[in-house]
Design a binder for this molecule. Structure first.
Ligand code: UMA
Length: 476
């Protein structure tokens, strides 16, 4: 961080010494990528007096004029190594691969290169709760935010969930809790980012289209613990050996949660209640299981994690219960869509990797048609065979990975290809009987057919909606 001056110490981001605020006044900062994160970072930097240049490989940018009005220069087209190497600081958007030649040129020239989440953290005054893991981040992040809201606590909720942390700096204050969903892309570009509470939900194979190996992906996730100090906390899923092993790297106090593993202390289910168990064995009931409206063991595990965080933040149990009771889940996460002729349609478009799809499948009884496929990101499709066979499931395969699914699942499930998601929805209904469920759980990224998982989920719901209308109109 040679080029960036440390000015003074801010309020706590946890126990112990707080991170230094940075002085970027007059500093020439190049922001790479100009979508949500890049634009928010450019605005934040401009507000702190930096001389900002945004570079984006796109040819056209709708946000260019508002940025220019703030004094931000915008350069479109290929990133220029000379531009980045001549900067005092380079800030990367999460979606920008960090090992491309112009960025390497900046590093070689000694220019600090950090991610947008790291940048934003320089100005946060309240404690940071960072939620990471392969799956369940958005559910857990949202639920923690709701619990804080129910308790009347000042909090922001953002990060990978869709609202860049840079946009939340204006709401900071010593008592404001910043709940941040942190992706591996964001974590691999941190420097001093230090959560007072770091949550690691689970770890399965994902993003091998960007990370070179599972080890590299896990190492990026583990960076959430890197700057923690003994006064901080790490909330870790004791049912996931890989997550637990990574938590060995934190200097913080580890708080475990588990649905399966026996726990001497931490958050677990005791009787019919999610409970906090003291190291001395005292059991403190938090949230009755009957209050949980989410389907699936994996989402219940997310509730446990949220309860652990809320408890560490001093949220009273009635506020936790109210938040859990009111939470019916996120869009695109096991989201009930409609029922047609006794067949339920469920949208789990956020199941973008193999493990998440397996968990989704395991959330349903026999009688299942699963729509899968898209752009494969790695992972073992063989792990889907047993849960599919046990549910006498059929699969409708879409996208680039269609043939891959047909090969990997042959003999375990009937697999039919479909040329589009719309066609897959109709084929799935034809394969289903009354009482069955049609589940969109792709196990893949969406980028071969859609802008993102959200567009894929909306497209699924739209086609189901058209089918409902046809049935209502008496069409076949
Ligand atoms: N670009 C370049 N150069 C490159 C690559 C991209 O200039 O080499 C430009 C593109 O032209 C585009 C911009 O960079 O204009 C895109 O940047 P981005 O992909 O970082 O998009 P944002 O809108 O800023 O969204 C990012 C996160 N995107 C990714 O991690 C890919 C969003 O997570 C996040 O919600 C948002 O910041 C706010 O924090 C999305 C995601 O898919 C939901 N995340 C992955 C996941 O959840 O699996 C990690």
């Amino acid at each position: 961080m040679t080029a960036v001056m440390e000015r003074h110490h801010s309020g706590a981001s946890g126990g112990g010494a707080a991170p230094a605020r940075r002085d970027v006044t007059g500093l020439r900062v190049v922001v790479v990528g100009a979508a949500r994160s890049g634009v928010a970072a450019a605005r934040l930097l401009a507000a702190h007096g930096a001389r900002v240049i945004v570079t984006d490989t796109r040819e056209r940018l709708e946000d260019a004029e508002p940025l220019r009005a703030l004094g931000v220069d915008v350069e479109l087209g290929p990133h220029r190594g000379a531009l980045l190497a001549g900067a005092g600081l380079v800030v990367l958007s999460p979606g920008v691969p960090p090992r491309q030649p112009p960025i390497e040129a900046a590093r070689a020239a000694g220019v600090p290169v950090v991610g947008e989440m790291e940048l934003a953290s320089w100005w946060l005054e309240g404690p940071v709760v960072a939620v990471t893991g392969t799956k369940g981040k958005s559910t857990t992040t949202t639920l923690i935010g709701r619990m804080l809201g129910e308790a009347g606590r000042a909090a922001t909720v953002g990060g990978n969930i869709g609202a860049p942390l840079s946009g939340q700096v204006r709401d900071t204050g010593p008592g404001v809790v910043h709940v941040v969903e942190a992706s591996s892309f964001q974590l691999e570009a941190i420097d001093t980012f230090r959560p007072a509470i770091a949550v690691l939900l689970n770890l399965s194979t994902d993003h091998l289209d960007r990370h070179e190996s599972v080890e590299e992906y896990a190492a990026a996730k583990a960076r959430v613990f890197e700057n923690q100090q003994p006064g901080d906390h790490a909330v870790v899923n004791a049912d996931d050996p890989r997550a637990l092993a990574l938590a060995g790297r934190t200097a913080a106090r580890v708080v475990r949660f588990a649905l399966e593993a026996p726990l001497e202390a931490g958050v677990a289910v005791r009787g019919d209640t999610v409970a906090w168990v003291d190291p001395g064995g005292r059991v403190d009931p938090l949230v009755p299981l009957a209050s949980v409206r989410l389907r699936g063991r994996h989402l219940l595990a997310d509730v446990l994690a949220a309860c652990a965080v809320a408890r560490l933040l001093g949220v009273a149990t009635p506020a936790m219960v109210r938040a859990v009771e009111a939470f019916t889940g996120l869009e695109h996460v096991l989201e009930p869509v409609a029922e047609i002729a006794g067949v339920r349609f469920v949208n789990d478009s956020k199941a973008t990797n193999v493990d998440a799809a397996r968990r989704a499948i395991e959330s349903f009884p026999p009688g299942l048609v699963v729509i899968m496929g898209g752009r494969f990101k790695g992972g073992d499709l063989g792990t889907l065979r047993e849960p599919l066979a046990a549910r006498r499931a059929a699969v409708v395969a879409i996208g680039e990975a269609r043939a891959l699914f047909a090969d990997a699942l042959a003999g375990a499930a009937r697999v039919e290809p479909a040329a589009s998601l719309d066609e897959a929805v109709r084929r799935a209904l034809a394969l289903a009987s009354s009482g069955d469920t049609v589940l969109l759980a792709p196990a893949c990224a969406s980028f071969d057919m859609f802008r993102d998982y959200a567009e894929r989920g909306r497209s699924f719901k739209a086609e189901v909606g058209r089918l409902v209308a046809e049935v209502d109109a008496g069409e076949p």
